[in-house]
Design a protein around this ligand. Structure first.
Ligand SMILES: O=C(O)CCC(=O)C(=O)O
Ligand SMILES: [Fe+2]
Length: 197
């Protein structure tokens, strides 16, 4: 065990935005236990989204928990209450980043064929400069960021236990997503904690 393991978020330089990373969020239980419980205990849904009037199944499973409904890509998600495990994770995330959250979107990438298209989390109900805290468990995946104007592209490895916080103008100027891969990749669960006004 690394006695000097970093416990604070470190800013990651980003033009027209703000990112901070903590490679391992301190937690009272192991990453492996969190992953296994999230996979087993979550009421996973295979949702379809509407793009340009056509319905498409999402290439991953999702769940929405917390205190407010959420609408994106023509999909209205009614919240389920936070589970005790989600509340423990939310508390650890809030302690690390100094912000409060009232909702969480869970995404389950079962294998390398699951993905998330490039998007910004810029819905009105998230406010003008949303703080979004993304916590990952399981297989590492690359988080791709692309600037809407310059098209500059960055890749950040999100590993087991990593916390990434996006804030400031990040959603206004950047899109982000998770690509499919041709290489075998094990299960990964990502939680994005948000504050819905
Ligand atoms: O799985 C990830 O790391 C990205 C999740 C994400 O962008 C979202 O939930 O909006
Ligand atoms: Fe997102």
């Amino acid at each position: 065990m690394d006695l000097f393991q970093e416990t604070r978020l470190t800013p990651f330089p980003l033009e027209d935005g703000a990112l901070a990373v903590l490679p391992q969020l301190p937690l009272p239980i192991s990453n492996a236990e969190v992953l296994a419980r999230l996979i087993a205990e979550t009421d996973w849904r295979a949702e379809s989204i509407t793009l340009w009037g056509k319905r498409h199944p999402q290439p991953r499973l999702t769940a929405w928990h917390g205190e407010a409904a959420y609408t994106y890509s023509g999909l209205r998600l009614e919240p389920l209450p936070f589970t005790p495990l989600q509340l423990e994770l939310k508390q650890a995330v809030e302690a690390a980043c100094g912000h409060r959250f009232n909702s969480v979107l869970l995404n389950y990438y079962r294998n390398e064929r699951d993905s998330m298209g490039m998007h910004s989390d810029d819905e009105i109900e998230l406010g003008p400069e949303p703080v979004i805290a993304s916590l990952s468990f399981g297989a590492p995946r690359s988080f791709v960021l692309r600037h809407k104007g310059t098209k500059q592209t960055l890749k950040l490895g999100l590993n087991d236990g990593t916390l990434l916080v996006m804030s400031g103008n990040t959603q206004k100027h950047w899109q982000h997503g998770i690509n499919k891969s041709t290489r075998a990749i094990g299960p990964r669960v990502n939680l994005t904690f948000r504050y819905v006004f």
